[in-house]
Design a protein around this ligand. Structure first.
Ligand code: SF4
Length: 396
């Protein structure tokens, strides 16, 4: 397997920093992220350990281009905690060009926002999910629509450069009218960026249990219809779709996510934080106690460790790249990640083109059609298989 190049190309790759804040007051019914209820001095110990972990990273003299605090619920941190975490980031990664923080509506307060703004945070991402109190309740979310409006006004008044709203669709018993009403309400608030996610049923979540008990049902046709209606609605409203689930006004695409989808480099801090840096992809253990134990002995990113190879990066560049509306340039990817495995992948295109799932320009840029984006996960699985299967190059 071909190793990724080191040296100049790697040093110039944009670096993203993700900090996982693993605390939530309760667990939402659909949530599969690692999170835990903070007890005793758990937050103070976490903040101190992130400082130590940041000192363990080989920053290679580089600055963070983007930063993202996700969770969990970063909004559970008090202003003084926010300052400590922010100082850790600034001391090691410098001031990022884009700095996003996820906030749950119920946690948004004037003093937390002031602390974030003073640090230089540029982007707030608020997990709204729905403007319908009944649907929020069915998701096990702990906020109300009144809290959403109050939080949004406070965020806007603080003057952050960019504001994102997350919405979820195809919820149990959600009608098309209810979803249209959620989209209309989001448009009325006019965020700079909108992420719309189809409800997924992850194992070991309360929603999964409800599905296995027959209390809620999967309906793939309904999901596809919601996707198509969402794309048409938001395009008409002036939001440009740039990825299956993401829409932005000009100049407001999420640079941190683009960095990831373009298979650049990132470091993840905190339990379950994932990294792709220095020739390796790996994660911190999704467990506060195990992560503390690792950091205490000077170790990090010990879970799911795999060497970065051209095959792995080429496959993921294709899979994540095709989820983006602009698609990928095959000649550029083949140059960036030269590997014989391209032969198997190129065999897929005629079929996908004939099925109307893919378009290609004469220069070799390929992108999914609307129908293709509906089955992006299945196409991704085919691409992965093609990269993983040995290819008899001489037979091509
Ligand atoms: S707030 Fe976010 S991380 Fe916490 S339980 Fe809900 S979905 Fe999961």
């Amino acid at each position: 397997m071909a190793e990724i190049p080191t040296g100049q190309e790697k040093a110039q790759a944009p670096l993203g920093v993700y900090i996982h804040v693993p605390f939530c007051a309760t667990t939402c019914d659909f949530c599969a992220f690692y999170q835990t209820v903070p007890k005793g001095d758990a937050v103070r110990r976490y903040l101190d350990a992130v400082e130590v972990e940041a000192g363990l990273i080989n920053w290679e003299g580089r600055q963070a281009e983007t930063a993202f605090w996700g969770g969990g619920t970063p909004g559970l941190l008090r202003p003084a905690d926010i300052e400590q975490l922010g100082r850790t980031l600034l001391a090691h990664g410098g001031m990022p060009k884009e700095w996003s923080v996820e906030l749950a509506p119920a946690t948004v307060t004037e003093d937390r926002l002031s602390a974030l703004k003073a640090l230089g945070v540029t982007r707030i991402s608020m997990g709204v999910q729905s403007f319908n109190d009944g649907l929020l309740d069915a998701l096990g979310r702990q906020h109300t629509t009144t809290q959403i409006y109050r939080a949004y006004d406070l965020i806007r008044a603080k003057g952050f450069a960019s504001v994102n709203i997350d919405l979820m669709f195809a919820l149990p018993n959600q009608t098309e009218e209810q979803w249209h009403s959620d989209l209309a309400e989001a448009m009325r608030l006019a965020p700079d960026h909108l992420s719309t996610y189809c409800l997924t049923f992850e194992e070991d979540t309360a929603m999964w249990v409800k599905l296995s008990q027959g209390k809620v049902k999967l309906d793939v046709n309904k999901e596809a219809e919601f996707y198509l209606q969402t794309w048409a609605y938001l395009e008409q409203a002036g939001y440009q779709q740039y990825e299956v689930s993401n829409f932005a006004r000009p100049g407001h695409r999420c640079l941190h996510n683009l960095n990831t989808w373009n298979m650049q480099e990132w470091v993840g801090l905190g339990p379950s934080g994932a990294s792709q840096q220095g020739g390796w992809r790996s994660s911190n253990p999704p467990d506060l106690t195990r992560w503390h134990a690792d950091v205490a002995v000077g170790r990090r990113a010990t879970a799911d460790r795999v060497a970065l190879t051209h095959e792995l990066l080429a496959a993921d560049s294709m899979i994540f790249g095709l989820r983006m509306n602009e698609g990928v340039s095959l000649p550029r990817l083949q140059k960036r990640f030269p590997t014989p495995q391209w032969a198997g992948v190129l065999d897929l295109w005629p079929k996908l083109l004939a099925e109307g799932l893919l378009t290609a320009t004469p220069e070799g840029r390929i992108s999914l059609t609307e129908r293709g984006r509906l089955v992006a996960d299945a196409i991704g699985a085919e691409i992965l298989e093609a990269f993983e299967s040995p290819v008899n190059v001489s037979a091509k």
